[in-house]
Design a protein around this ligand. Structure first.
Ligand code: SD4
Length: 342
């Protein structure tokens, strides 16, 4: 077991072995070449904060638990972290100062559940799971989603932290009340964190368990300072997340409107069905976005992350800076910087 965090700069060097850390012993295969042995569990998730989320998911996977439980537990970690300003508690609000959350979950049977524009609930991913398991529906939104959550025993909490409220008030001064596009690079990131790290977006998580079953979860507070009522890709099955237990799963982060327009995660899974390796499938989905709107694409970020049935994974983004975290038996804290178009 490797507990030390590893960081890999790039996912493909001609499909060869990449150097993680400083020693020769750290050389491991990544990207389109699997690091996972058949029937060995693996969990991957978007952004640096995926490391902590993966650790929670791993507790389930390593004990031969179900991928669905793993992704729910994993997604709950950033949801409960007040320092994470793009997911759950402490998420940046919409332009009216209201925190609204989007989340969805999908299992190995193709069951799925989703909530959108949900207010005052700490764990939207768990409400999404209840929608999947306790209702005949797939998606509940707004006040209806809140009422359902309360009936299910979830408690109301204030999700707007003083820090996020302060940032929103600061934004209001210059913003003219216009929603912003968000690009995950230094100049556009909402908040610089201690250690020169930058706060990033949605967590999308994909897991393969020891029985060879796949599940996925996606949860976010969405685009900062969005118009009240705006829903992004993250709770939309096929856009922000898609899992097909025969093929693989995919999830997305970035400007949700571009992902929805291209039904991004479904597209990635369908490309893998056609034989594309995960990174190539993600790249092709990114290229569709760029091809349709080349001028828009220059200014927005979209990243896709994919895991196939064999445990192979890959990612691709429009802009530089998209990282994802990988956790399996060999590596508990691997952080990979995905390839990008720009
Ligand atoms: C959304 N995809 O609401 C989410 C949030 C995100 O960069 O990842 N923004 O559009």
């Amino acid at each position: 077991m490797v507990n030390r965090r590893k960081f890999i700069k790039n996912t493909s060097l001609g499909g060869a072995f990449l150097l993680a850390g400083n020693t020769f012993a750290d050389i491991i295969p990544v990207g389109n070449i699997t690091t996972s042995i058949d029937n060995e569990p693996i969990v991957i998730s978007t952004w640096d904060f995926g490391i902590a989320a993966n650790a929670a998911a791993w507790q389930i996977l390593k004990n031969n638990g179900r991928a669905l439980d793993a992704v729910e537990q994993g997604a709950m970690v950033p949801e409960a972290d007040p320092k994470n300003q793009s997911v759950g508690l402490g998420g940046l609000p919409d332009r009216d100062g209201i925190v609204t959350l989007d989340a969805c979950i999908m299992d190995e049977f193709g069951n799925c559940g989703s909530v959108a524009a949900l207010q005052n609930i700490l764990h939207p991913i768990s409400v999404a799971r209840r929608v999947m398991e306790k209702t005949p529906h797939v998606m509940l939104v707004g006040n209806g989603a809140l009422q359902f959550a309360l009936q299910q025993g979830f408690k109301q909490v204030n999700l707007l932290t003083p820090e996020s409220e302060k940032d929103w008030k600061e934004w209001l001064k210059k913003a003219e009340y216009k929603p912003v596009n968000n690009i995950e690079n230094k100049s556009f990131s909402p908040r610089k964190l201690p250690g020169n790290e930058y706060n990033h977006d949605t967590i999308g998580m994909l897991a393969l368990d020891s029985k060879g079953n796949l599940s996925g979860a996606c949860t976010t507070s969405g685009m900062a300072y969005k118009i009240h009522g705006r829903v992004g890709d993250s709770p939309i099955i096929g856009a922000g997340l898609y899992v097909d237990n025969e093929i693989g799963g995919a999830t997305s982060t970035g400007v949700g409107e571009e992902v929805i327009r291209n039904v991004g995660s479904f597209l990635v899974v369908e490309l893998m069905r056609q034989g594309y390796p995960p990174e190539e499938a993600c790249k092709e989905a990114v290229m569709r976005i760029i091809k349709k709107k080349p001028e828009t694409a220059k200014e927005v970020q979209v990243g896709f992350l994919a895991l196939n049935k064999k445990g192979q994974y890959g990612a691709y983004a429009i802009q530089k800076g998209f990282s994802f975290a990988v956790c399996n038996k060999q590596n508990q804290e691997l952080l990979i910087k995905g390839n990008s178009y720009y």
